[in-house]
Design a protein around this ligand. Structure first.
Ligand code: UDP
Ligand code: MG
Length: 308
């Protein structure tokens, strides 16, 4: 029986990488007997020649389908669009820049045929990423996994194979704020992990700046844990207890030693400290309220302009 597989590839201003991608991926797919592929290229509102190149690919090779989003919605939305459109018995998500090795796909499919429902690619060597990126990624995973109930596997990106049942489960998650790594982990299923070495980008530049990665990390924390707001309940309680103890101490001291009216400095410090704590906690609350607000609007996750 021929099985059908869907490859989902997000493209955002990747005109320089497209030819590398096609040359890298097609030999691998062609060599796999007994499989029929559809390659879903999601154009995430590119402003360069990406879309035109993808369309001409789809005209020469019927396996290529192009989903054109109406603007740049971000990688998470692009992946969601791909998952919604995929019709394969299993889907494979891969980056357009060949940082995820296509050679691993046959191995992933083999594991899937052996019964795995999710096959993850884990980066064992990230020396192609900068020191700062590796360090901050490490901190993110360890903090996230300590705070949240859902464990995100470390050094696992979006490169993975998922069975149809996993895709259907993902499609039932209605949230608008899509932290895909977390959603993937949340649905669970029988998982196998394969290791790979992360290659440098084939061409072009990374689309994620430090600031967007920071926002991405905030998204991760707030999507899967309420620990950041709960913290303030504990902090407030401890602060209040300390304040009561201090008040008792002042009463005691006034009775024993009289009142020499010192305390300007301690008052000043206490006011500044606790008002800052309040502002931080309001900000933290705001993070969650902002997200509730975005969810209640129920806007679609992406808008398709056309498919080719
Ligand atoms: N990407 C996207 N929309 C975006 C940003 C990135 O579809 O807004 C795609 C990009 O074209 C690439 C993949 O997501 O195929 C990974 O992006 P990138 O290589 O820049 O990320 P990095 O590997 O540096 O984490
Ligand atoms: Mg990349």
């Amino acid at each position: 029986m021929v099985i059908k597989l869907s490859l989902i590839v997000p493209f955002y201003n990747e005109e320089a990488a497209i030819s590398h991608f096609v040359n890298g991926i097609l030999p691998v797919l062609d060599a796999m007997a007994g499989t029929e592929w559809e390659i879903l290229c999601v154009d995430d509102g590119s402003s360069d020649d990406t879309l035109r190149k993808l369309i001409s690919l789809s005209e020469t090779d019927a396996r290529f389908r192009v989903l054109e989003l109406s603007r740049n919605f971000g990688k998470e939305a692009a992946l969601t669009a791909g998952l919604d459109a995929a019709s394969g018995d299993a889907v494979v998500i891969i980056d357009a820049d060949l940082q995820d090795p296509p050679d691993m796909i046959p191995q992933m499919v083999r594991s899937w045929r052996d019964g795995a429902e999710v096959v993850l690619g884990r980066r064992i060597d990230r020396s192609s990423d900068s020191m700062l990126k590796r360090k901050t990624a490490l901190w993110f995973y360890s903090l996230h996994n300590r705070l949240a109930h859902i464990r995100i596997p470390e050094n696992v990106g979006d490169f993975r194979l998922m069975d149809r049942c996993v895709v259907e489960a993902l499609k039932r998650l209605p949230e608008r704020q899509r932290f895909m790594k977390g959603l993937f982990a949340w649905v669970g299923f029988r998982t196998v992990t394969l290791d790979y070495v992360r290659a440098p980008r084939a061409a072009g530049l990374t689309k994620f700046s430090g600031y967007s990665l920071w926002n991405f990390a905030l998204e991760g924390f707030t999507s899967f844990s309420s620990a950041p707001i709960r913290l303030w309940t504990y902090l407030g309680t401890v602060g209040a207890l300390l304040a009561i103890l201090y008040a008792l101490f002042i009463v005691f001291r006034t009775i024993v030693c009289g009142n020499p009216v010192p305390g300007y400095a301690s008052l000043f410090v206490a006011i500044i400290f606790f008002s800052s704590v309040q502002i931080i906690s309001i900000g933290m609350l705001g993070e969650y309220i902002g997200r509730i607000y975005m969810e209640t609007k129920q806007r679609p996750i992406y808008v398709l302009r056309r498919t080719y």
